[in-house]
Design a protein around this ligand. Structure first.
Ligand code: ASN
Length: 317
């Protein structure tokens, strides 16, 4: 599948320019701007320090699904384009003066063509990624609910015409969000549980316990389950945030890497630091484009992007 294209596409210049000049495209841009502006303000008020994004690093998120490799050789080292700054978030917290941080983080994930028409995948996107030292999932979820309330209020206040165009009923009220576990939903709805539940939901909800990357902490009280959480948008818009308490103990990281088949050599410096002691932390990251897509009820985010980045699909600009 690697390198497969959706079709042998003749990407037309006319269609590309028509999309570039579309009205909805600008609505989405304005919503994204309002989200980022309000997120900066909220983070500042809550004392999170902004860390600048990195686009290249010797280590990046291995993800829990395959993507096309995006790495280059430079200065005697192999650098990967950032898939997420998860490890940099943990490492930054080694600085005792940093207790909580956030990054407006551009990520590149060269997804395969099977994700071309999910409606929510761009192979370049921006996530607002944050991490707290010595906090747990309960804290992070409550923080995110406060942030969501703040962002929705800001978008509603700054862009009333856009909100009423796409959501005449107004943006949903965010209280304490419902919490579900993957194993319970799977038992109830079958393998497509996340999508089915997202479609039937009217409000965002939390989904706990996903089996995925080695850095999400395994529950010591219930091995084989994980202290991670996704925020799922309702109305079928699907996953909008993922986060976790982190695996920070060396032996546990090694065990999880072995289970995941991670190349430990590639992480040798990270592992050395983990051996000396990584801070206990928890955090999450949410996709800015996905939040805007939900707010504007856009079926496919790539149809309203100034510069589409549809998985497995060529682009002109
Ligand atoms: N930002 C996510 C987290 O904090 C990781 C990811 O984007 N894969 O867990």
């Amino acid at each position: 599948m690697e390198g497969d294209l959706v079709e042998e596409l003749e990407v037309s210049l006319e269609a590309t320019l028509a999309q570039l000049q579309g009205t909805e495209t600008v609505d989405v841009l304005k919503v994204q701007q309002a989200i980022i502006r309000a997120a900066h303000q909220f983070m500042f008020e809550r004392g999170l320090v902004q860390v600048m994004p990195l686009m290249l690093s010797p280590i990046t998120d291995p993800l829990n699904h395959g993507v096309v490799d995006a790495s280059i050789a430079y200065a005697g080292c192999r650098w990967s384009l950032t898939k997420s700054m998860i490890f940099h978030k943990q490492l930054a917290l080694l600085n005792p003066a940093l207790e909580a941080l956030y990054i407006v983080s551009p990520n590149v994930r060269l997804e395969f063509a099977d994700r071309a028409f999910t409606g929510r995948h761009l192979f370049e996107f921006t996530q607002i990624d944050f991490e707290f030292r010595d906090k747990d999932g309960v804290f992070v979820r409550s923080f995110m609910e406060d942030l969501l309330r703040y962002l929705f209020a800001a978008v509603q206040k700054d862009l009333p015409e856009i909100v009423s165009k796409y959501r005449p009923e107004g943006l949903c009220q965010i209280g304490e969000l419902e919490i579900f576990r993957t194993e319970d939903l799977e038992a109830q709805y079958g393998p497509d549980y996340e999508h089915v539940k997202s479609k039937e939901a009217q409000l965002p909800f939390w989904l706990l316990n996903h089996r995925r990357e080695f850095y999400d902490k395994e529950d010591p009280a219930k091995p084989g389950t994980y202290l991670n959480y996704d925020l799922i948008w309702p109305e079928g818009f699907g996953e909008g945030l993922s986060g976790a308490e982190r695996e920070n103990e060396y032996h546990q990281i090694l065990k999880r890497m072995e289970e995941a088949g991670t190349d430990q050599q590639a992480f040798k410096h990270y592992l050395k630091v983990a051996q000396q002691g990584l801070p206990r932390s928890a955090g999450a990251g949410f996709g800015v484009e996905r939040m805007a897509r939900f707010i504007c009820r856009i079926k496919d985010i790539n149809d309203v992007a100034l510069f589409p980045r549809r998985p497995g699909t060529p682009a002109l600009f």
